[in-house]
Design a protein around this ligand. Structure first.
Ligand code: GLU
Ligand code: ZN
Length: 282
């Protein structure tokens, strides 16, 4: 039995990229006895807008998707993420970080060789060895990749498209697992919930491939099962840029209002479908 999920953030309208992500997860679970779940990734209260929960479900329905059970909301599950963080603290694989973004940038400019990740310089580990933390600020909590790698040994993950990949524990560096303002992070919440919802196949855009290294480390540390992965191509606009909120013209709601059929919109929601130029809203 297969269980997949589509995990949108209610921070904007559903666009063709989301529709494709939903389709990949939906189609994979389209065998009898399988389940397709919807989960709202809404931990970041600074970016969530309440009207999008309903609008996203309406768009999914219009596109012809149906899902099993009530969609989960991560904001109802903070106690589970806290528990996982406590577990990691007890294992000694996280440490408090008191740096502001600006301080991290400062620090990086002073380093002769800043650690590099797939998307630029990584956190240089400033707070890893803090003896007496400045207690006037709340800390965020970072993964101690060095301490973790002693515990986890060799890990890998299997991706239907990309094959078997060895986990590189330092790929994303000492990432934040609990932001000081919200107390958790995408990485921690996704790993806890994929296990809690018994997701067998995690499907998502290939932009999140680097994150999977972190997720496998967390699954190993927390004793959670290893799902299979499928990181698909991203839908891009006519300039080859991935879709974002600025592409309002390619939102499902706009296309529906233009009178396009759900079938056509589903066809357009594919990385190989080249959409004709459309006016951008910004
Ligand atoms: N919320 C993420 C997104 O909208 C999906 C994360 C995931 O599938 O793991 O891109
Ligand atoms: Zn720090």
């Amino acid at each position: 039995m297969i269980t997949t999920r589509f995990a949108p953030s209610p921070t904007g309208k559903l666009h063709l990229g989301h529709a494709y992500a939903a389709k990949v997860a939906y189609d994979l679970a389209n065998v009898s006895g399988s389940r397709f779940l919807v989960r709202f990734e809404d931990i970041d209260h600074t970016r969530v807008r309440p009207e999008y929960y309903g609008e996203i479900l309406k768009d999914l329905e219009w596109l012809g998707f149906s899902w099993n059970g009530e969609p989960w909301r991560q904001k109802d599950r903070f106690n589970h993420y806290e528990k996982a963080l406590e577990q990691l603290k007890e294992m000694g694989v996280v440490y408090p970080c008191y740096c502001t973004r600006r301080e991290v940038e400062e620090e990086l400019t002073h380093l002769v060789q800043a650690p590099q990740g797939p998307e630029g310089p990584l956190y240089p580990g400033t707070c890893r060895a803090l003896k007496c933390p400045p207690n006037e600020r709340d800390p965020s909590w970072r993964l101690d990749t060095k301490a973790a790698s002693h515990i986890i040994g060799d890990l890998s993950f299997h991706d239907t498209i990309h094959g078997k990949t060895s986990v590189n524990p330092t790929f994303l560096g000492d990432v934040i697992l609990a932001r000081k303002d919200i107390g958790t992070s995408y990485h921690l919440a996704v790993v806890v919930d994929d296990a809690a919802q018994e997701i067998t196949h995690v499907t998502r855009g290939e932009d999140l491939l680097p994150s999977t290294h972190v997720h496998r480390i967390l699954q190993s540390l927390l004793g959670l099962p290893e799902p299979k992965y499928l990181h698909h191509k991203l839908v891009t606009d006519q300039l080859g840029k991935r879709l974002a909120k600025r592409n309002d013209a390619l939102s499902i709601a706009s296309l529906r209002k233009e009178g396009l059929s759900a079938n056509l919109v589903k066809k357009m929601a594919h990385p190989d479908f080249h959409t004709p130029p459309r006016p951008s809203s910004s």
